[in-house]
Design a protein around this ligand. Structure first.
Ligand SMILES: N[C@@H](CCC(=O)N[C@@H](CS)C(=O)NCC(=O)O)C(=O)O
Length: 269
């Protein structure tokens, strides 16, 4: 089999999904770490690999593949179909969970990650060096988010909205887990891999207490955290919560989100 090279960052949610998939499928891979704290994703060399300057990217047979969910589908094909359940409905559900993670969960993860972790990290970089690096970002929305992380005050409202979305996400998981042992089927699948990354980020953001109101999701998260592939996906960057997170501030934000209405993002699902 041709070598699999993964361009990734240990602390990236979407990279976590791909690492966990590789571990579940027992596929050997070579790590090409892209250090996001040094903005290695914006170097001319990496922009030839991924022109949007994002991780993960995977090189296989000389070709580069991007988008974590598409990469995971490719890996499933390479491994002969494992991680996709047997029935048509179950496979459709698994893909729907992967899309949900991409379109709802990952965008909701970004504001707390920026405000609770990246702000502190960016503060350690000299302003001139930071301005020079970030001006190279090919995606204007990402560039602006980093600039906000550096200069704007803590975006309290955005973090509370994300916490409300997290709760809605767990309510959706709870409904699925009332029907079956894993999210898409009674067997573990790509759906569980995608949503495992969400659990890991909750732990990292000091928010695992949110799971307590959802017993089936909480039990699922306990099973997920016990998997060897989960630890392998975390790799060396495995301090949970992240030492940069102000856990007292998070407790206050969770209390504030408590009892607030569901978020609009959920209406599509
Ligand atoms: N939809 C893409 C999203 C990729 C993405 O946003 N990756 C983040 C890390 S989780 C990243 O590269 N951030 C660096 C940046 O925004 O500059 C995927 O799932 O692969």
């Amino acid at each position: 089999m041709s070598e699999i090279e993964l361009f990734h960052e240990w602390g990236s949610v979407q990279s976590f999904k791909v690492r966990m998939c590789l571990a579940e499928l027992d596929l050997p891979w070579t790590s090409r770490r892209i250090d996001l704290s040094r903005f290695d994703n914006l170097t001319p060399a990496y922009l030839t690999v991924h022109p949007k300057g994002l991780v993960p990217a995977l090189r296989w047979n000389g070709e580069v593949f991007v988008e974590s969910s598409d990469i995971n589908e490719l890996l499933v094909d390479i491994a002969g179909g494992r991680l996709l359940p047997s029935s048509i409905e179950e496979r459709a559900r698994a893909r729907s969970w992967a899309r949900f993670e991409d379109e709802v969960v990952h965008p909701a993860i970004r504001p707390p990650t920026f405000n609770l972790i990246l702000k502190a990290r960016v503060a350690k970089i000299a302003p001139a060096a930071f301005a020079e690096m970030i001006s190279r970002h090919p995606l204007p929305a990402r560039r602006d988010a980093y600039l906000a992380a550096a200069h704007a005050p803590f975006d309290h409202a955005a973090v509370v909205t994300s916490i409300r979305t997290f709760r809605d996400v767990m309510a959706r998981m709870e409904r699925a887990l009332a029907e079956r042992h894993w999210l898409a089927a009674d067997s573990f699948s790509l759906a569980d891999v995608a949503m495992a990354a969400f659990v890991d980020r909750l732990d990292r953001l000091a928010m695992p207490a949110l799971l307590a109101a959802f017993p089936k999701t909480s039990d699922w998260a306990t099973r997920i955290r016990a998997l060897k592939s989960f630890a392998e996906a975390q790799g060396p960057d495995n301090a949970r919560p992240d030492p940069l997170v102000n856990t007292a501030a998070v407790a206050t934000l969770i209390a504030e989100a408590h009892g607030q209405a569901p978020t609009l993002e959920m209406e599509r699902f």
